[in-house]
Design a protein around this ligand. Structure first.
Ligand SMILES: Cc1cc2nc3c(=O)[nH]c(=O)nc-3n(C[C@H](O)[C@H](O)[C@H](O)COP(=O)(O)OP(=O)(O)OC[C@H]3O[C@@H](n4cnc5c(N)ncnc54)[C@H](O)[C@@H]3O)c2cc1C
Length: 297
């Protein structure tokens, strides 16, 4: 497989958007479609394209974001009153398309993770569970498809890819599978809460996709499914590239297994904690700012 391994840090910009539609996906996710005239300039790179989503605080009609701050937006946002500034979360572009009338729509799939209970959930999941057409949000996203918000970049010489993720990473896994060149050998493990959350995924890759369901039927969700499944798997020969995302602890366990026990080149393992049990995204951001790049070994 031959692909460019470069990352281009092009500028991102803020996009005003409105919800144009919502649709339940299985039991645990909801697809929110965003539209708005500004989105014609939103340029996804596909694969695991991430962006920042800003949501209104309770009582606000639209999120408050530092649109004028340019490249300083993050420090300006961080210095704002947490009760007033837009709630910032990270999401993935599930799909972007041009409608018949020339307008652009973006689909984002939200894991609801207990959005019906204030104790177990967060503002983004709760917002998504209640979103209606017309609701306002702001996206901080790319204006060129080759941008630093895409991490899936197998280097030239990759023979096969290993991809794992939970429901938060399912939109990215879907984008990766759609993007992989025809015939690329791919071993894929996806963990979802319920059997009803299993989706049809389009790909031309030679992909073996294993769905793992946490709901064992006894009311107690099973854990560690992906690490156990990968440990038990016999993997193809050749030069591998791995992309692993989902709960931070699980991601760390998997990375250690691949690098430490399977002999993967650490540079060829792209790993991202999409969330961490017991921590909100604000807490993770503060941790990253005050203690950048902690060792993952
Ligand atoms: C690059 C990237 C791309 C992402 N793409 C997506 C995406 O496309 N779709 C998506 O749904 N998520 C995605 N996520 C994950 C999402 O940003 C987090 O789940 C986020 O914490 C949700 O915000 P919240 O306000 O609902 O919860 P928070 O306020 O951040 O957290 C509240 C509580 O909920 C817990 N929690 C957070 N997420 C989960 C979960 N999935 N399951 C169980 N408990 C959870 C936290 O540990 C915390 O205890 C992505 C994350 C990253 C880094």
């Amino acid at each position: 497989m031959t692909t460019a391994a470069t990352t281009t840090a092009v500028p991102f910009r803020f996009f005003d958007a409105r919800v144009t539609g919502t649709r339940s996906l299985g039991r645990s996710m909801v697809r929110i479609t965003f539209g708005g005239p500004e989105l014609t300039e939103f340029a996804t790179g596909g694969r695991d394209q991430r962006f920042k989503l800003f949501l209104p605080q309770p009582g606000q009609d639209a999120p408050v974001v530092p649109v004028e701050a340019g490249e300083e937006w993050f420090s300006v946002w961080r210095a704002m009153d947490p009760e007033t500034r837009g709630v910032m979360r990270t999401y993935t572009v599930r799909d972007q398309r041009r409608a018949d009338d020339g307008s652009v729509e973006l689909d984002v799939d939200f894991a609801l993770h207990g959005a019906d209970s204030a104790a177990a959930s967060g503002p983004a999941a709760r917002w998504a569970a209640r979103a209606e057409p017309g609701d306002r949000a702001v996206l901080l996203g790319p204006i060129a498809p080759d941008n630093a918000g895409v991490d899936f970049r197998p280097p030239a010489g990759t023979d096969w890819v290993l991809v794992t993720g939970d429901e938060t990473a399912l939109p990215a896994v879907s984008g990766i599978l759609r993007w992989l060149p025809a015939g690329t050998p791919a071993r894929v493990w996806i963990e979802v809460p319920h059997a009803e959350d299993i989706q049809r995924l389009d790909t031309e890759a030679d992909a073996e996709i294993v769905w793992l369901v946490r709901d064992g039927g006894d009311g107690r969700p099973r854990t560690g499914l992906i690490p156990d499944a990968v440990r038990a798997a016999s993997l193809p020969e050749g030069t591998a590239y791995a992309w692993i995302a989902g709960e931070a602890g699980t991601v760390r366990t998997l990375r250690r297994h691949l690098v430490g026990e399977r002999g993967f080149d650490r540079e060829a393992v792209m790993f991202t904690g999409y969330w961490r049990r017991g921590a909100t995204e604000e807490q993770l951001i503060e941790e990253a700012v005050t203690n950048p790049a902690p060792s993952e070994d």
